[in-house]
Design a protein around this ligand. Sequence first.
Ligand code: CP
Length: 324
Amino acid sequence: MQTHLRGRDMITTQEWAKDELDTVIDVAFDLKRRRALGEPHALLRDKVLAMLFFFASTRTRASFEAGMAQLGGHAMFIDSAVTQIGHGDTWKEIGEILGRYNDGVAVRHVDWGVGARYIRAVAEASRVPVLNMQCDMYHPFQALADLLTIIEAKGDPSKLTVNMSYAYAASYQKPMSVPHSVILLLTRYGANVRLTRPPEMRLAPDITAQAEENARKARGGFEVVEDFEEGMKGADVVYAKAWGPMLAASDLDESARISAKYEDWVVDARRMEIADEGAVYMHPLPADRDIEVADEVIDGRWSRVFDQAENRLHAQKAVMALTM
Ligand code: CP
């Protein structure tokens, strides 16, 4: 267990050592147990987290805000649209000024090619920890919550095949941040990680290279499969969601044309039966029901989606309590 994490940013789990991540998991389960028992755990009394959103949210906002209240502090919601960002406040003003008012600064900015760079720039300017509430490249708190959920549902990740799969949705060019963060974190924990995706839905090459290296070091596996049903075979975890073909399409029309080729990449009961008998289905939500996933799966015996959503709270409280 590591005891010296105060002041650390959480932008991607890849920048945290394995024993530091183990500490987060341990503290998250402890805080989950303490909340279940009704034990007060005001570890951040009088502390304030600024939460700056450039994009909509249900779970992230609600879980950070509830988490700060349960830790005895306060979370300040800031919608970028009603700030002076449009009028000249750059990452420098945001990092410097929110960092002086608060004990932590959390940011969601998912614009492709912009989000991660913006959050890193805010972190450079901030004197307090910066927490990534999702950018174009990473969604670290989602992946930490997913790891908690997998451990609860299936046990030791190093004994599991985790199928991180593309699923169809045409609603908009969804970020790659969830598949990036899931493959980065689960390979650290020695899982056999299978990335299933159409050829046009490649993830960022530097991320897949890091996942391969993680798997080598952890004596796990990392493979890429291009057939939806092939990816399901024998999987203990089916984690299937949409992302956009950002590396293959130059505009939204081209992106929609590519996505339309994969309309049948929908998780239904027949596909879940191809996976291991005890397989679980995961999705970070919001899901496009009957487009990415059939109701019979997301509402069925396989589904762990609400445990995932709950575990956002516990994972985030752990990181906030350790860093702020
Ligand atoms: N999974 C997730 O980040 O949900 P929100 O977009 O609702 O915050």
